[in-house]
Every structure is written in structure tokens, then in C-alpha cells.
Ligand binder design. Structure first.
Ligand code: BMA
Length: 340
């Protein structure tokens, strides 16, 4: 088999810590500086978690879910030299409409940050007469212009692909209900212009695997590899003591990403450390971004822990893709194109 490679470039300065020589389960290891963002990280922000980052200039920039001290979540901008140590703006991101008028969502959480061509898109969950997806664009991280809400309520966990496929923008999302949704599959939608969305396809469902049996949701923007789109997502199981959020991995077809080529039956990471098991909502690991370096194959996964902290975990494309392939179980609802 040819060596598995990341396509695209990424950044050679991806945050990195060497891993162990062998693994008991998935070849994913945690950063020894976790949690990289602790409690009370900014003025009137009690917790930052479920956040997304990108390389920017000679360092990194990110959009962070900041739980304000009044309990309402908003998105804050953060900057870092090394991707591990972060500083935050004291004011939340000021969104405007196309005319430049201030246009703030009622609340905003779980942001993703994806670069497509020369523009960065922020995609988050917000109130649109019920929980749904909000979007904004920026090229300079100074002006943030909201664009049309892509979907009707209720919907969560939306993430764009980092390039157009067959000429269209592609977005994963998870239709939901208005509460702590006890169900949910990942769907794919496409758009020629980021205004009109259609050609909706089912990608994959909550499976028979116990750790993701209740619902699943897209996580980091998919990473293009020689085997397909590498997707880190979250899977939820319902226990007698509440939901448990783990990180899963799948590989989607490069040209038809509603087709799942491989789906790992084992979680890649599950709550185990104190900062994942203890916090505002215990037992949550929730991926929202992954940085990579195509040359070395290094991958750094940013995940929220216990709705309280931001954490980092590492892997490489040469380790994780074969692990997903070797432990793959796909069912008909995964491998079909996903339209009925
Ligand atoms: C989901 C979202 C996430 C959160 C998770 C666990 O419904 O609200 O932001 O991390 O629940 O509380």
C-alpha cells in the first residue's frame, strides 16, 4: 500500500508533542499541558470550550465558545504564537450584516472555523426561532460579516469542507430538536453560493456501537487525504447518569462525501482524564478543529472537555487512517449515497 498522505499543505508549525511507542487503543495521545485553556480565561467569561482554530500570520487565531458569567455563550477571538497558549479579546466578536450594521446573534456556541479559498467562515449554533446554524465570513479577522442562515431550525454541529467539491460548497450538519436532542445523524448539504442549500444527503447514523448509539455530530473540518476525507466527529451514548461524548473517526469518499468508506467501530478518545470527567458537564470530549502538517503527517485535534476546558490531542495520518480502516465497520446507511 502506498503511504497515506494528507493533501493540501496545513502548517509545519502545527502544535506537537511526541507520542508513546505503542497504544492500547487508538493511536491518539493527549497534550501533557491539557487543559490548555483553564477556567475564567477572560473578563466576564467563566469557561471556554468547544472552539476552533486556524494558522494565521506567524501564529494561530481561533474562535472560542466563551460562556459568559451571565450564562449566555458567545464567540470570542483568541490569538496564539504556538497554538497551545492563548490570549483572548476582552469583547466578544462584533458581527455585522452586509451593510456594516451590528448584527449580534442572541447566543452563539460551538463555533467551527474553516478556510475556503481566501475566506474564513465561522459556523456556529444560534437562536433562529429555535436552535439552528449561523454563519459569518472574514478575511482579516477584523470585520465579521454574517451571511444567510443555511438551514431551518433545528440543527446543530455544522462544519464546512475546506474546499468546494464538484463546484459547490459542502457542509455537514446534524438536524436536531430544540432541547438536548436524544437522536441524530450526520447529513451533507451543498450550495453554489452559500445562500441556497440543497441536494441534502444522509452521511451516517448513530450506530450500534454503544459509545455512539444515541447521536453523532460533525466535529473538525474534514482533512483531505489520499484515502478520502478524514473526519473526526463526536458520538454520544446515554447512560443512567447522563450523556457521554466521545471522539470517533471516519473516512468519507473524496468526490461523494455522503458515502462513508471506513468508520471506526472503536472511539478514538473518550472521557478519562480529570478535565474530561469533571466540570460543568462531566464526561464530554467534543472535537471542533484539527490542524495538520501535510509534509510530516502530524495532526493536532482541538476538543472541548467537560464543557469547561479546551484540550489538545495528537495523532498522525500514517497512524490514524490505518487504525480507522483496520477497525472499520460500515453499514448500508453509511455506504449508500444517502437519498431516499
Ligand atoms: C451539546 C452541545 C455542546 C455540549 C454538549 C454536552 O448539546 O450543547 O455544546 O458540549 O451538548 O453538554
Amino acid at each position: 500500500m502506498d503511504p497515506i498522505k494528507i493533501l493540501g499543505t496545513g502548517t509545519p508549525t502545527v502544535p506537537w508533542k511526541d507520542g508513546p511507542q505503542s497504544f492500547q487503543g487508538a493511536p491518539v495521545w493527549r497534550c501533557d499541558e491539557n487543559p490548555i485553556i483553564g477556567r475564567n480565561p477572560a473578563k466576564e467569561v467563566a469557561r471556554i470550550f468547544n472552539s476552533a482554530v486556524q494558522p494565521w500570520k506567524d501564529g494561530f487565531i481561533g474562535v472560542f465558545r466563551g460562556e459568559q458569567t451571565n450564562g449566555v455563550p458567545y464567540i470570542y477571538l483568541g490569538r496564539s504564537k504556538d497554538g497551545i497558549h492563548w490570549e483572548f479579546d476582552s469583547e466578544k466578536i462584533r458581527f455585522t450584516d452586509e451593510k456594516g450594521e451590528v448584527s449580534m446573534p442572541v447566543y452563539a456556541y460551538d463555533p467551527r472555523l474553516v478556510k475556503v479559498e481566501d475566506t474564513y467562515y465561522i459556523i456556529w449554533c444560534q437562536d433562529f426561532y429555535g436552535a439552528s446554524i449561523g454563519m459569518a465570513k472574514t478575511q482579516d479577522f477584523q470585520s465579521f460579516v454574517r451571511i444567510e442562515n443555511p438551514f431551518l431550525p433545528f440543527n446543530r454541529n455544522a462544519v464546512l469542507f475546506p474546499r468546494k467539491i464538484n463546484g459547490n460548497f459542502m457542509m455537514l450538519s446534524r438536524p436536531s430538536d430544540s432541547g438536548h436532542t436524544p437522536f441524530g445523524d450526520i447529513f451533507l448539504s451543498e450550495s453554489p453560493d452559500l445562500v441556497y442549500w440543497g441536494k441534502h444527503r444522509h452521511v451516517m447514523g448513530s450506530s450500534f456501537e454503544w459509545w455512539e448509539s444515541l447521536k453523532i455530530g460533525g466535529g473538525a473540518a474534514p482533512i483531505e487525504t489520499t484515502e478520502g476525507w478524514l473526519l473526526f466527529y463526536h458520538g454520544v451514548s446515554a447512560t443512567c447518569n447522563g450523556y457521554v461524548y466521545s471522539i470517533g473517526g471516519a473516512i468519507l469518499d473524496i468526490d461523494h462525501p455522503s458515502v462513508v468508506k471506513y468508520r471506526c467501530q472503536n472511539f478514538l478518545l473518550t472521557p478519562q482524564e480529570w478535565y474530561e470527567e469533571r466540570g460543568f458537564v462531566p464526561n464530554v470530549t467534543f472535537p471542533c478543529a484539527a490542524l495538520y502538517d501535510a509534509e510530516s503527517g502530524k495532526i493536532a485535534i482541538y476538543y472541548g472537555a467537560a464543557d469547561t476546558y479546551v484540550c489538545l490531542a495528537f495523532t498522525t495520518v500514517e497512524l490514524i487512517v490505518p487504525y480507522i480502516m483496520q477497525n472499520s465497520v460500515v453499514r448500508e446507511t453509511d455506504t449508500e449515497i444517502g437519498v431516499r
